[in-house]
Design a protein around this ligand. Structure first.
Ligand SMILES: Cc1ncc(COP(=O)(O)O)c(C=O)c1O
Length: 391
């Protein structure tokens, strides 16, 4: 049997590789602690679970969720209320919002709906590993835009060569940023809109961590004047409400891009299970307090990891977003080499920065989505094995 050439470009998905490594170690009787993947272990809010259970008992919800092609209007209205309340952004639920099966699939349909074969697509480096495959699958080429610590991990748009910008069709980026934890500023968002306008580039602003910020304002791309003219924001219930397994999110913004995403989706999937959409409405309308509680949990975990790293000699600026910490590796290590060292000596799994792109070399990513006791144990092991570093 043969498979498509396009698969040859796509490396195995980072977390599948890590998962295999973890499972083999576990099978060999090793007590592995993974601080690699960003998948909350804490439960979804109870009222959301109740809403799902209730809606799942209604046979009207057992049918294809395709009566309303872009997701239930009631869900899209809840998204509009949420954006208005949390970000002060006004959206028309009928033309500017579509339900997604998570933001990851939104990235893919954005490419299918907006990008042509042979196009260039800008993508931050380091960047979320989901973007490049979406670009390759539509026969386009990613063009990495470096993000560096000296620029607070924001891309320097003026450094993108103008011939590249002219050829680029789209730009994928996300702030609060996975993997670096960096947050955007209003000034950067204005600059991004102006850049997109100048070169006629469609922005795919992937914002699933919009709620996960510490001591700084929550920002949507749609807060920038003119954002709706040049792009869409993808968002998700996965991270703010511990709903990664539920597969529900939304794309909002430019009506033409929303229509393009809808054209791709309606020929691919049949939408989000209505019962999950009802549960999503409950989360969006009634769980603001839950987000505050989770931020306290992540804030405490963040402090613990930073305290340990400082005790061990680390000293670096800590960005204010996401439940990740992007940590420079000690001198003499590559990112993969340091991950291997920590895995071999402490059975702790970290995500190697180089897996997020060339500019991720020299860093590892810690995720704070692990139970408190396991995090304490992981930090104990790191103290015992790494020893004090000099930077
Ligand atoms: C930047 C980014 N985009 C998208 C996703 C996927 O989110 P969802 O669960 O909504 O598909 C993730 C998950 O880690 C992410 O980090």
């Amino acid at each position: 049997m043969f498979t498509a050439d396009r698969l040859g470009k796509v490396p195995p998905y980072l977390f599948m590789t890590l998962r295999n490594k973890i499972n083999s170690a576990k099978a060999a009787g090793i007590d592995v602690i993974s601080l690699a993947i960003g998948d909350p272990v804490d439960p979804t809010p109870e009222p959301v679970v109740e809403a799902l259970a209730h809606a799942a008992r209604d046979k009207a919800n057992h049918r294809y969720p395709t009566d309303e092609e872009w997701g239930m209007l009631a869900f899209r209205e809840a998204v509009a209320r949420w954006y208005d309340r949390r970000y002060g952004v006004g959206l028309d639920p009928k033309s500017e919002i579509i339900a997604l099966i998570g933001s990851k699939e939104g990235c893919h349909h954005f490419a299918l709906g907006v990008v042509n074969p042979g196009d260039l697509v800008l993508v931050t480096d380091p960047g979320y590993p989901g973007y490049k495959p979406s670009i390759w699958f539509v026969g386009a080429e990613p063009w990495p835009v470096p993000m560096r610590a000296e620029n607070q991990f924001l891309p320097k748009l003026s450094d993108i060569p103008s011939d590249v910008a002219r050829r680029a069709r789209a730009f994928y980026l996300n702030y609060p940023n996975n993997p670096t934890g960096a947050v955007a500023t209003r000034a950067f968002l204005d600059e991004l809109v102006a850049f997109a306008r100048q070169y006629d580039i469609a922005i795919c602003y992937d914002n699933p961590y919009s709620e996960v910020v510490f001591g700084t304002e929550r920002l949507s791309f749609l807060n920038a004047d003119g954002a709706k003219d040049v792009g869409v924001e993808l968002n998700s219930l996965s991270k703010p409400y511990n709903m990664t397994g539920w597969r529900i999110g939304m794309a909002s913004g430019n009506p033409e891009i929303i229509r393009a995403i809808a054209a791709s989706k309606s020929n691919t999937d049949s939408g989000v299970f209505n019962a999950v959409q009802y549960a999503g409405i409950k989360a969006l309308d009634q769980c603001d307090g839950f987000i505050d509680e989770m931020l306290k949990v992540y804030g405490a975990r963040r402090d613990k990891v930073l305290t340990t790293l400082r005790e061990l000699g680390w000293n670096f600026d800590v960005p204010k977003g996401t439940f990740y910490l992007w940590v420079p590796v000690p001198a003499g290590y590559t990112s993969a080499g340091f991950c291997d060292f920590v895995f071999d000596k402490a059975a702790v799994v970290l995500a190697p920065g180089a897996a997020y792109g060339e500019n991720g070399e020299g860093y590892v990513r810690f995720s704070l989505t692990v139970e408190d006791e396991r995090l304490d144990e992981a930090l104990e092991r790191l103290r015992a094995t790494i020893g004090k570093q000099t930077f």
